[in-house]
Design a protein around this ligand. Sequence first.
Ligand code: VGL
Ligand code: ZN
Length: 205
Amino acid sequence: MSTAPAIDGRDALLIVDVQNDFLPGGALGVAQGARIIPVINRLQDLPFGRIVATQDWHPRGHVSFMADGMPAPDRWPEHCVAATWGAAFPDALAQARIGLVLRKGMLPGIDSYSAFHDNDGGHDSGLAPWLSACGIRRVFVCGIALDYCVRASALDAAAAGFDTFVLDDACAAINDDRRDAHRALHDGGIGIIATRDLVEGNEAP
Ligand code: VGL
Ligand code: ZN
């Protein structure tokens, strides 16, 4: 059990890819997707200094889309095409406190699971220096998918020097078995915590 860290202005919440296409009814809908939205809304009531939301935002014909419906590693059904309904935030997601929306996966030939850079390690998004300039020390990550974009973003946040936590119950996973993702996060020095602990830890006595 991790202790619940008290949240203040030096903490950031990173909401990864909570978009219609990753929710039930979307092109790459993840079953648990709808359940995490009220949890993420509750998290946004904590006194984070910055709340950042990413959007997977692909051009038509993006390299990550399966050709001829052929399954392959890192190939997916067409999803989150820029400026379509599937790429939009769901109406149920609270958006008033989101201070930065960061779009990724926009280049046709390379995918970007992480909010920090593309899958080849290039094209730094500028997120790490921006968070540092805002005085952020710790990053709390939630969203979709735990085993892809949440995992990659959390590992990069830790690699950039932020104390990093993943809110496990505020994440939806593509694979039902979360063990690989948890192991990778743990090996990256990332704390895996529950939203309930964080919220309770921040309630006035
Ligand atoms: C994601 C697969 C393809 C994600 C994005 O947000 O985890 N997964 N594009
Ligand atoms: Zn994608």
